[in-house]
Write a protein that binds this ligand. Structure first.
Ligand code: ATP
Length: 344
């Protein structure tokens, strides 16, 4: 279909008896509650389409019950979609046979779950190597490959430990290493850090950012936590009642929420941490000073603030050598002051 790492088109998942006869009929337009009352069926995923570019971190976020887990499970058919298309790395997932699917899950799309699902009687190294073992790779080779990823996730020295000897955060590192050992094109994370306490959670988020920087893997990351979504995502898909409410970059979602639902839960976000100069610049005028500091439109307001406020001249926003806008210091102040008011 496209050059995307992942392509999803018109994906539906409806649970319940007779659910396969709903898509394409007027019943499909009913709200989730009305459909349930009329047919007893529950919409898990409603007509979802999106593309994820190679190397992108794509976050799916929504409140509990919005359909995130169902969506991510449909991508590798851990849950069978009711209708629609999914392509991973050029492979048609919906048409794949059982054996092709097993192979795709092993080599193209690895999943990291909230519950680590580690094998308790196996040492770390053999948990990490498990996927390679299933693929029939020799012990020597798989141990060598596993050692590499164990080191990558910061678990060197724990190769011989058993899962119950490790903390929750370390167990999740094993889960991460196990997913990476397959060297998949796509990593799928289903709320992997939700059960971890906040400090460990922050460490693990940073770990994902570091791994992404080092390995450049395409990632789909499910979370109900907006801060996590904003921190990790190149783009964020916001779900409600199984459907898409908005897809956008973190700054787009905060600056231009698609509706009151998104506005509501982005209202607490410190805007200066997320908004970029693109959202606060004005058109250049002939009488603008040419002596102000030069920054790109993707500079985050908070990072720009100090230099912008210290200069007597407004910031010149330059992308690819071209002057695209001007940021006056009061535009910066408006963001910072609005943020302080929101939190006072
Ligand atoms: N096997 C099932 N049978 C019937 N309904 C289901 C089934 N699995 C999920 N659902 C329903 O589908 C909807 C979406 O659930 P899903 O678990 O995907 O949401 P979620 O956003 O991942 O929520 P959470 O963060 O709580 O896991 C919910 O209304 C849920 O009750």
């Amino acid at each position: 279909m496209t050059d995307a790492a992942l392509t999803v088109r018109n994906l539906w998942k409806i649970f319940g008896r007779g659910s396969d006869r709903i898509v394409g009929t007027p019943d499909a337009d009913l709200s989730r509650a009305d459909l349930k009352t009329k047919t007893g069926c529950v919409v898990g995923v409603r007509d979802v389409s999106f593309d994820v570019a190679p190397g992108e971190v794509f976050v799916v976020m929504g409140l509990s019950g919005s359909g995130k887990s169902t969506l991510v499970r449909c991508l590798t058919r851990l849950i069978e979609p009711t209708s629609g298309q999914v392509e991973i790395d050029g492979h048609d997932i919906v048409k794949a046979s059982e054996s092709e699917l097993r192979e795709l899950r092993r080599t193209h799309a690895s999943m990291v779950f909230q519950h680590f699902g580690l094998l308790p009687h196996r040492q770390v190294i053999d948990n990490v190597a498990y996927g390679l073992e299933v693929r029939g790779i020799s012990k020597k080779e798989r141990r060598a490959a596993a050692s590499e990823v164990v080191e990558l996730v910061g678990l060197s020295g724990y190769e011989r430990s058993y899962p119950d000897q490790l903390s929750g955060g370390m167990q999740q590192r094993v889960g991460l290493a196990r997913a990476l050992a397959n060297d998949p094109a796509l990593l799928l994370f289903d709320e992997p850090f939700s059960a971890l306490d906040p400090l460990i959670r922050r460490d693990m988020q940073n770990e994902v950012i570091r791994l992404h920087r080092e390995l450049g893997k395409t990632m789909v990351f499910i979370t109900h936590d907006l801060q996590e979504a904003l921190k990790l995502g190149d783009r964020i898909l916001i779900m409600r009642d199984g459907g898409i409410v908005q897809i956008g970059t973190p700054d787009e979602v905060v600056a231009e929420p698609a509706d009151d639902y998104v506005r509501d839960f982005t209202s607490e976000v410190p805007r200066s941490h997320v908004l970029t100069l693109r959202w606060v610049m004005r058109d250049p005028r002939p009488d603008d000073s040419s002596e102000g500091p030069v920054m790109t439109s993707s500079t985050v307001v908070r990072q720009a603030a100090r230099a912008a406020l210290a200069s007597e001249h407004p910031v010149r926003v330059v992308d690819a050598g071209e002057l695209v806008g001007i940021v006056d210091s009061d535009a910066i102040m408006r963001v910072v002051v609005a943020e302080e008011e929101a939190h006072s």
